[in-house]
Design a binder for this molecule. Structure first.
Ligand code: AMP
Ligand code: ZN
Length: 115
């Protein structure tokens, strides 16, 4: 595993340096509950390697695998009625943690457009 930074909170979760409960893991990513949920189900799927945001991402295979992992997480959490996947990118996108992550939101209706 390369490109892990020491001061990135999500890298610390990947390295299991924080007591965050991992609810899904595969070769390229881990998933855990968001600390400040905005929906009844709010899970974050993050790559094991440190990528700052979608802006910097170049590995299409990795991005595809992240999306499929989000679907697996949704299935495992019984989001049969549908769910929202979100990637916030950069300041205007509302990104607050600069380690690429997918939000998986479920358990309620999600209106469109978002705020
Ligand atoms: P974003 O605003 O898209 O960058 O999303 C960052 C998300 O990370 C927010 O929803 C935060 O609540 C969540 N978050 C920040 N720190 C933690 C943590 N230690 N464990 C779980 N979720 C976190
Ligand atoms: Zn990181």
């Amino acid at each position: 595993m390369n490109s892990l930074t020491t001061d990135c909170i999500f890298c610390k979760i990947v390295k299991k340096e924080l007591p965050t409960k991992i609810i899904f893991e595969n070769d390229i990513c881990v998933a855990f509950n968001d600390i400040k949920p905005v929906s009844p189900t709010h899970i974050l799927v993050i790559p094991k390697v440190h990528i700052k945001s979608l802006w910097e991402a170049t590995d299409g295979e990795l991005l595809g695998k992240l999306l499929l992992a989000a679907k697996e997480v949704a299935k495992q959490n019984n989001l049969n009625e549908g769910f929202r996947t979100v990637i916030n990118t950069g300041d205007n996108g509302g990104q607050t943690v600069y380690h690429l992550h997918l939000h998986v939101l479920g358990g309620r209706f999600h209106k469109w457009p978002p705020g």
